[in-house]
Design a protein around this ligand. Structure first.
Ligand SMILES: [Cu+2]
Length: 164
């Protein structure tokens, strides 16, 4: 079937719920984001396999080489990557930020949140497939917070921009 040869997106879902408005000048408040832990896969026999095994380039990449992926089609290979969805969020300085995460793909993700100054605002915890996790922190700095999965970094990182 032709569809077998097209890139397959296994799971992309992003639902962002903001419990109150964010942005420059807004009063600090409670902000809730739903963040999914997902893996995106693509397989093809329409082009030659890559010269370099993608898993040597990043822990966030997956690869099943020709012959390993489909015994009936020795030219077909599959690549994959892990990510958070959404990958970018915006909050206002002072917001009480809650990230409600759901493990869709990947059995284990070791996750933490870093503040713009590099300090840890959410300690590392293990997130497993099929479970929901809620973590909260106060965005008391402006700048770039990072939601990081060290299991699948650097691709599985989400950016949380805190504006003054
Ligand atoms: Cu991960």
């Amino acid at each position: 079937m032709r569809l077998k040869y097209l890139v397959t997106i296994v799971a992309i879902s992003a639902l962002v719920v903001a419990a109150c408005s964010s942005g420059s000048g807004a009063e600090p408040g409670d902000v809730l984001f739903d963040v999914e832990l997902i893996e995106v896969k693509g397989a093809t026999d329409g082009i030659p396999a890559p010269d370099v095994d993608p898993t040597t380039l990043s822990k966030g990449y997956g690869y099943k080489a020709p012959g390993d992926y489909d015994a009936d089609n020795p030219a077909k290979f599959q690549v994959a990557t892990y990510m958070f969805a959404p990958g970018a969020m915006t909050v206002a300085e002072g917001d009480n930020v809650t990230l409600r995460m759901f493990g869709v793909n990947g059995d284990e993700h070791l996750i933490h949140v870093e503040a713009p100054d590099g300090s840890t605002v959410v300690d590392a915890f293990m997130a497993n497939r099929g479970r929901e996790y809620s973590v909260s922190f106060v965005a008391d700095q402006t700048g770039h917070y990072k939601l990081i999965c060290t299991t699948h970094g650097p691709t599985m990182t989400a950016d949380i921009f805190s504006t003054g």
